[in-house]
Design a protein around this ligand. Sequence first.
Ligand code: SAM
Length: 190
Amino acid sequence: MTPPYPFSGDVGELHTDSDAVTLVDVGGGYGQAIKGLRAQYPDIKGRFILQDLAKTVNQIDVDQAKTEGFEPMVHDFFNPQPIKGAKYYHLRRVLHDWNDGPSIKILEATRSAMIDTPNYSRLLIHDFVLPDIGCGFSEAMVDLIMMQVCDGMERTESQWHELLGKTGFKIVKIWKADAGTTAVIEAVVV
Ligand SMILES: C[S@@+](CC[C@H](N)C(=O)[O-])C[C@H]1O[C@@H](n2cnc3c(N)ncnc32)[C@H](O)[C@@H]1O
């Protein structure tokens, strides 16, 4: 089930300047998430940028992306985030591919673009947020699969707090879906 996003009722008023960047979808693949966000929240102003590796981004039709409301851009998320001061930096199903070592590097590289706008820029992580005890069988299996396939992991709420705390972020709110364990973690630079 898709969790809610923290786009408040006045988010359409975020930018009067259409050149300002509203959302950067870091490791956004072929646009699976950003297309859905554009369709679900059509009134949000500003630019939406999708970043991924060249082998992925080069397969996106730029004109089609434009009609769908986003701009593809090649960027390796282990390097400092080049789009500074966007409103939202969005990581969907990215960090569960990585254990804490690489995840810290990705978060620090993203944070570097947010440090000058700490009261404005927000990090949104869309991933599983497991309970600290008593997680379901299927989520436990996914966790084991992520470990075997890519040395990744699903994380509990405490593990998210710890990981984000280590990288200079503070969780503002966890937006949970009505059912299941998928959530959007909203965090700010401390
Ligand atoms: C599990 S997919 C998630 C895609 C998308 N965010 C979604 O929710 O469907 C992980 C994405 O991370 C991208 N990726 C892997 N390493 C990357 C890197 N170093 N820099 C940028 N993107 C990377 C992959 O190409 C892939 O599109």
